[in-house]
Design a protein around this ligand. Sequence first.
Ligand code: DC
Length: 211
Amino acid sequence: MRVIAIDGPAGSGKSTIARLLADRLGLEYLDTGAMYRAVAFAALRRGVDPADADDVARVAQSVELRVDTDGTRVDGVDATIEIRGPEVTRAVSIVAANPAVRAEMVSRQREWARKRDGGVLEGRDIGTVVFPDAACKVYLTASAETRAARRSKEVSDLDYETVAADLARRDALDQGRDADPLRSADDAVVLDTTDRTVDDILDELVALIDG
Ligand code: DC
């Protein structure tokens, strides 16, 4: 099984790099953040309080998820746009800190890769928890300003200050939680994407993986 693990904080360039790297390597790509967002979306849609650990765990265990490059379907409903919206973004950190939710998502992520004999998976804990034996582990970083600038370009209805504050809040929650906090695996290649082009990073990664 050929697994490439791409981890890092929001706005570090994970999605762009992971998607293009998968294309170059002829592998499929999985956005695991979209899975946690989908669980948060399902909880809100079912009227479940995101902070109610037991109820949210039941949502995670029962939700029908389809996350692929065409978009995200949750219980048969297209939620591609909604999972990026402010409501889900506000709720997702507490949902992702729920150990029972994480156990369910990790098991689905392993199943996804097993069926395909590998793939490129991006998230926060892929190299540390989901696939500690991944063929290649990459941890992407970028300065807080760069990450906030990238995110505010994506969400046109929010100003830079709001996006920067939300990013700082989510970084603190993702890094400070007890269950599988965001951190770089000891054997990950750490790349700072602040002043580098996408092509430059891809070339380095392809050389590293093929070399
Ligand atoms: O990458 P993103 O912003 O779409 O991630 C959404 C949330 O899910 C974020 O709070 C971090 C969390 N997450 C996680 O805990 N583990 C993962 N493997 C992926 C995302």
